[in-house]
Design a protein around this ligand. Structure first.
Ligand SMILES: NC(=O)c1ccc[n+]([C@@H]2O[C@H](COP(=O)([O-])OP(=O)(O)OC[C@H]3O[C@@H](n4cnc5c(N)ncnc54)[C@H](OP(=O)(O)O)[C@@H]3O)[C@@H](O)[C@H]2O)c1
Length: 317
């Protein structure tokens, strides 16, 4: 039997219910995976709310790490007993799940399932931000709207390690102190003096702005990027922004976004290796997950909704 967290209707964290089920045999191309750690990501709440609709009842979550338990017909890329992980493959909030073998990557011997479920999706998104959506150069002046987000924290730390000058924002006063060690300057995005503070730090504007917040910060992002600069909309936690395309075009500002996976095509192996190596070398700094029993998934989602904490979260089946 497996514990699976399902939602039968879209809504708040309370729609996540704990169910027990027998997971069947894997179909052609699939494996049955016993999961040891399930990464929690903001996108899990987007599926739960129905902003990205999925068929109901649904299982949210896109990331996990565990051990292959059974192979479906035709699977040759992995063996029973292999330690594997995956990212952006919906249906992860479960103790045991079926998954396409093609979605799996090998977990290195020196990393635990917990470590990999903590960094894989967020690290690969940060990798795409720095090497795909935009090619960050040493000396770039960077503004990160939502440096308090788990991906934003990694982008900030990795960008600084690459020699960029990084200003990071949060919308929550309590988090200013928490992000200050990860950026060169931490600012409150909704402070009335934000634009003045930013132009003192970046008189000619940012080379690149990474957006994780969207609607409530985009106007200041547009005002903060230099003419000819780039705005990368990695995420929009507050909703989709209103964008004055004509104004951006007049200033030759490039606006890029979309799924990070587009930037991994043909480069996934290199990106995964870079993420694991950055983790080993300490580039990600203090990035210890808060762990919750799988059954407490609704509590983890309440923590995201409350916006009180920063730092990654992992569910343990
Ligand atoms: N493009 C892709 O492929 C891709 C991949 C991964 C993630 N993403 C996106 O990247 C973003 C960050 O993901 P994550 O997992 O790192 O998120 P996270 O750790 O849960 O952080 C979300 C952040 O967004 C801010 N926020 C949340 N709700 C908000 C609201 N209503 N108004 C203003 N700010 C709000 C919070 O900042 P404060 O409380 O500090 O203001 C919070 O720190 C999400 O939008 C996610 O969907 C995109």
């Amino acid at each position: 039997m497996s514990t699976t967290i399902r939602f039968h209707q879209y809504g708040g964290p309370e729609v996540l219910v704990v169910e027990e089920e027998r997971v069947g045999a894997p179909q052609a191309g699939q494996v049955r995976l016993r999961q040891e750690a399930v990464g929690v990501n903001f996108i899990d709440t987007i599926f739960r709310k129905g902003v990205f609709p999925m068929s109901l009842p649904g299982v949210t979550g896109v990331e996990g790490a565990g051990v292959v338990e059974e192979l479906g017909p035709g699977v040759e890329s992995v063996q029973v007993g292999d330690r594997v992980a995956y990212f952006l493959s919906p249906g992860s909030y479960a103790g045991v799940r079926l998954i396409n073998a093609a979605d799996l990557i090998a977990v290195p011997d020196d990393l635990t399932a917990l470590q990999v479920a903590t960094i894989l999706t967020k690290g690969l998104t940060a990798w795409a931000a720095l090497n795909g959506f935009y090619n960050l150069q040493s000396g770039d002046r960077v503004l990160i709207q939502g440096a308090s987000s788990n991906v934003g924290l990694l982008v900030a730390r990795w960008a600084r390690a690459k020699g960029a000058f990084v200003i990071g924002t949060t919308g929550s006063p309590d988090k200013l102190e928490l992000i200050s060690g990860s950026v060169d300057h931490a600012l409150l995005s909704n402070d009335s003096g934000f634009q003045r503070q930013l132009s003192e730090l970046l008189p000619t504007g940012a080379d690149v702005v990474y957006e994780f917040v969207g609607r409530v910060t985009f106007a200041t992002s547009a005002a903060s990027v230099k003419d000819g600069g780039t705005i990368v909309t990695v995420g929009a936690a507050s909703g989709s922004p209103e964008v004055d395309q004509a104004e951006l075009a007049k200033r030759n500002v490039h606006l890029v976004g979309g799924p990070m996976a587009q930037h991994l095509q043909g480069r996934l192996g290199a990106a995964v290796a870079d993420v694991f190596q950055a983790f080993r070398e300490g580039t990600f700094g203090e990035y210890t997950p808060s762990t919750y029993p799988l059954e407490a998934a609704a509590l983890a989602h309440s923590e995201i909704a409350s916006r009180r904490k920063i730092g990654p979260m992992v569910l343990l089946p």
